[in-house]
Design a protein around this ligand. Structure first.
Ligand SMILES: Nc1ncnc2c1ncn2[C@@H]1O[C@H](COP(=O)(O)OP(=O)(O)OP(=O)(O)O)[C@@H](O)[C@H]1O
Ligand SMILES: [Mg+2]
Length: 305
């Protein structure tokens, strides 16, 4: 199935790219070789789907280095799970993938992020383009509470002044809510406030809002950590559906979730006082059943973190 994504807008302000900081002093462990096998869950033709690649990504807050030369390919049409203990830099890496890191005043970064081979940090690239193509869903559902469900979905379009006919907007609302797995629950109350939905519904509303800008990649930072098990399963099902059309990167502390939804995993770790690195990455089955690094084995088996 092929899909063309036409970006509409970004809700984020334009900022300048920050210069790399500090000399590179430590070395990331070499990545484990990529498996030859295709996705274990689905077959995608790759057309219209985007691959996102971080190359030698380092990050600092002030003088403190928190990520050291992290390289990871997040393949088109797959779900990649970022796992690892608290504070090892998963969210920082995720924010670098759609240029949110640079909004933190003290933050600096080095390395490249390639979307289908093109560096989103290249001088001629605009922040707004990265945001259009690479959407983000956060840990805590953050709909506009007083705004209607419908307007929440359309919020991105409104913020950028993108014009669309009423019919087009209605179609978009239905399409995005359907893809986010929420349509049947809210179709009769589209004008009710977003804040009146349950936590799980609010998170799906946020997913629908992200989808309305037609991203090619969806980043999800612990999207289910505030949700009950039933809502979590609904979001997971939604992710599995969406992954046929959008490349997904999810941060999760829930190993069962990583095992259930992801095609590949990357295990991040920051040893005491050192920046985060990827210890090991590979297809999810191998990471869980036959990890190469004893630290991965310990982590996925719940021995630390
Ligand atoms: N805005 C900030 N200013 C200064 N330091 C920060 C900031 N955000 C994160 N850090 C630091 O960067 C490191 C990586 O944080 P990050 O939030 O990326 O970790 P994480 O792996 O997502 O953790 P968690 O699993 O708890 O969400 C931590 O040491 C954290 O304290
Ligand atoms: Mg985090």
């Amino acid at each position: 199935m092929s899909h063309e994504y036409v970006p509409h807008h970004s809700a984020e302000p334009e900022t300048t790219v920050l210069a790399p900081a500090g000399p590179e002093t430590t070395t990331t462990l070499p990545p484990v070789s990529e498996p030859d096998t295709a996705s274990r869950r689905r077959v995608v033709d790759g057309t219209g789907l985007a691959t996102l690649e971080g190359r030698d990504v380092s990050a600092w807050f002030g003088s403190r280095k928190v990520l050291d030369r992290v390289s990871l390919t997040m393949h088109a049409g797959e779900i990649t799970a970022l796992i690892g203990p608290s504070g090892c830099g998963k969210s920082t890496f995720l924010r670098i993938l759609n240029r949110m890191h640079e909004l933190v005043p003290s933050a600096q970064l080095a390395g490249e992020v390639l979307l289908d081979g093109e560096d989103i940090y290249a001088p001629q690239k605009k922040l707004i383009d990265a945001r259009r193509q690479i959407g983000m869903v956060f840990q805590k559902p953050n709909p506009f509470p007083a705004m209607s469900i419908k307007d929440n979905v359309l919020a991105g379009l409104k913020l950028t002044g993108t014009k669309a006919s009423r019919a087009t907007k209605n179609d978009l609302v239905e399409q995005c809510l359907t893809r986010a797995g929420l349509w049947t629950e809210v179709r009769d109350r589209l004008d009710a406030p977003g804040g009146g939905l349950s936590g799980g519904q609010q998170q799906r509303l946020c997913i629908a809002r992200s989808l309305a800008i037609k991203p090619r990649v969806l980043l999800m930072d612990e999207p289910c950590s505030a949700l009950d098990p039933t809502s979590t399963r609904v979001i997971e099902e939604t992710m599995l559906e969406l992954a046929q059309e959008v490349t997904i990167v999810i941060v999760t502390h829930n190993m069962q979730q990583a095992a259930r939804v992801s095609d590949r995993c990357a295990f991040f770790l920051a040893a005491q006082g050192t920046p985060g690195v990827i210890v090991e990455h590979g297809d999810t089955t191998s990471m869980f059943d036959n990890p190469q690094d004893p630290r991965t084995y310990d982590y996925v088996n719940g021995r630390f973190g």
